[in-house]
Write a protein that binds this ligand. Sequence first.
Ligand code: NAP
Length: 308
Amino acid sequence: MNIYDVLIIGGGPAGLTAAIYTSRAKFKTLILEKMIVGGQVTTTHEVENYPGFAEPINGFLLMDNFQRQAKRLGTEIITGVEVKSISMSQDIFEINSNKDTFYSRALIIASGARYKKLGIKGESQYIGRGVSYCATCDGAFFRNMEVAVIGGGNSALEEAIFLTKFVSKVYIIHRRGEFRADKIVQERVSQNSKIELLLNSVPLEIKGGNVVEKIVIQNKISGDMRDINVSGVFVFIGLDPNTEFIDPSFIESKDGYLIVDSECKTNRNGCFAAGDAVHKSLRQIATAVGDGAVAANSVKNYLEKLGI
Ligand code: NAP
């Protein structure tokens, strides 16, 4: 049986940081990643608030640096592995996946979160035919067209600004009268002539033929319904944690987010969690990186107690 000292589920900023630390401490470290290494950040065109970069850096490039750093220090990374369940026997974690079964002495769950879906009529039907959750990936398909962005957080406003590089107009449709995005981003939105705000408005349905042609919205104050003609609908309404593979009786969570203490320890001895999958107030690259370092340090203390 090939037993890793540390197995990390998820290759985003939290998982890669943890791996950099555990690899430097010479623990045999494996990252399992379902999709591409780097996580959600890889779909962000420009990262402006991760310290150390005086100019904005492309999210994919930033995460490529994380990955190369971890690999240089000895981290093994396997992609295309979707973890299905975790169990533990005699202080060894057993991680079952769509491919193999993996074993480790310590476990860090850094499986992140994914963009939430609106759940309205037409949304699923038009994914890939006008409905998107990634402006960096799909923005260029909408050159000189009009699109809608749904949401009022940092993702919605930042991605709306990014989309104005391609499209002729962006409607930001937000369910309240004020945004929760950072003030600096709100200022940039208000100065962008290609952006029109549709506030206090909820999306009801996405309509079209073969591709998206319109979104139906309702004003919450007047009750008026309105069709907005758009070719694309970009949805940025928050995140859902990627923790479905974890039995809540095995690791404690709240609304799917894993509960950890200040040392990133879960209720399960030897199991730690870091990044967006954790129950916390601020989900940023910087906080994921901080969690990753703390979780790695806790792993080090745990493994040293086991005499490893
Ligand atoms: P978020 O901050 O949770 O904002 C979600 C937005 O979607 C809110 O405005 C919310 O409205 C709206 N919303 C939620 N459910 C909705 C529904 N069913 N229908 C319509 N609107 C709905 O999510 P996010 O923007 O994806 O960001 C996630 C996390 O990543 C946040 O912590 C954010 O700060 C962070 N992030 C940071 C940066 C950065 O620092 N540069 C960039 C991107 C993301 P209400 O406001 O009414 O609740």
